[in-house]
Design a protein around this ligand. Structure first.
Ligand SMILES: NC(=O)c1ccc[n+]([C@@H]2O[C@H](COP(=O)([O-])OP(=O)(O)OC[C@H]3O[C@@H](n4cnc5c(N)ncnc54)[C@H](OP(=O)(O)O)[C@@H]3O)[C@@H](O)[C@H]2O)c1
Length: 316
């Protein structure tokens, strides 16, 4: 482990000849919250690393990826719009990344080859656990156990969440505006996890019969990022109940969807914790050191207001 000359989340890092490199690759990345979160975590653990934004225009993506080992990078996060585009340039994928076709974390291995991982799913389960909720057979001693889940959406985040839920033994129903994508999601997860209990249903017509059958409802669509103008990802005539845990992956605001669920007695959870834990998982993969989750959460909470005022969606 490289020791930093300074430690503590409030200190500025000193960059010297031993500093190791991490970053976030996207286009654009100007509003990303990850450098603040990861640099605070690195400083809190006294690690001599620096995490930098890497704005890469599309035509330079292959060169940027192949240059990571030569430049001495230990790893990078990948954000919009490259989470699927990076796949052909990676030597190996973890099982979840291979199944969902989305990478948010790259590890540069000793031999210079690139390993692609997806920490969104694990981050989601970590946050459920932190709220005392156990998904299926997942580890943890939480008092609430979720056995049946409804995932709304079939994009990258929905796929990661559906994968980890199915892997944990949860029975998963998937609905999506474009039904073929929900069907494809279920097929991909069933190929990777033959024992998965996962099925696509029509949206929004199936919500009325699915809602009473499930205990966990996840909004994994981007509806709610623009809370004043977006429609709900839900049929408002379908009621929530106190037995529901309702999770919205959106972390930039308390969405109208969560507010509705909460008003009707459901346990409502926003996506900020998932953002922290997916970052913590990446930190641990790169450094081998336990992530200071509290430090990371406090940086994100401070940064969130500035982010909401200045940013566009999902700029991790
Ligand atoms: N908390 C976290 O750590 C975390 C991590 C990752 C993502 N997220 C959030 O999760 C959300 C989804 O991200 P993603 O990367 O999965 O995005 P994505 O791949 O672009 O998928 C977007 C999803 O939203 C659906 N959608 C978009 N507009 C819609 C509309 N008008 N009506 C109905 N459905 C609509 C899409 O349906 P179609 O298939 O029909 O287009 C698709 O299922 C974003 O808000 C992102 O910020 C949070």
């Amino acid at each position: 482990m490289s020791e930093s000359p300074l430690s503590g989340s409030d200190r500025q890092p000193i960059i010297n000849g031993h500093t190791r490199l991490l970053g976030v690759m996207g286009w654009p990345v100007a509003h990303t919250l990850s450098p603040a979160m990861q640099n605070a975590a690195l400083a809190a653990r006294g690690l001599n690393y620096i995490y930098v934004p890497l704005p890469v225009p599309p035509e330079r993506l292959p060169a940027a990826l192949s240059g990571l080992p030569a430049l001495g990078f230990v790893g990078v996060n990948v954000t919009v719009p490259y989470k699927a585009d990076v796949l052909p340039y990676l030597a190996e994928l973890t099982p979840i990344a291979a199944a969902v076709g989305v990478v948010n974390t790259i590890v540069v291995r000793e031999d210079g080859s690139l390993l692609g991982d997806n920490t969104d799913g694990a981050g989601f389960l970590d946050d459920l656990r932190a709220h005392g909720i156990r998904a299926g057979q997942a580890e943890g001693a939480g008092p609430i156990r979720c056995r049946r889940a409804l995932v709304i959406g079939a994009g990258g985040a929905a796929r990661a969440v559906a994968y980890v839920l199915a892997e944990a033994g949860v029975e998963v129903a998937v609905v999506n505006r474009t039904p073929e994508r929900a069907v494809a999601l279920c097929a991909a997860i069933t190929r990777a996890l033959p024992n998965a209990r996962i099925m696509a249903h029509p949206f929004p017509s199936a919500l009325a019969h699915l809602a009473p059958e499930v205990d966990l409802i996840v909004n994994a669509t981007s509806l709610g990022l623009h809370p004043d103008t977006d429609p709900l990802p839900w049929d408002p005539t379908v009621p929530f109940s106190p037995r529901h845990v309702v999770y919205d992956l959106i972390y930039t605001c308390r969405t109208p969807f969560l507010a509705l669920a909460e008003r009707q007695g459901a346990r409502a959870i926003g996506g900020l914790g998932m953002l922290v834990y997916q970052g913590a998982r990446a930190f641990e993969r790169w450094t081998g050191v336990p992530a200071p989750v509290e430090v990371m959460a406090s940086v994100l909470k401070k940064g969130k207001m500035a982010y909401v005022l200045s940013s566009s969606p999902d700029r991790r």
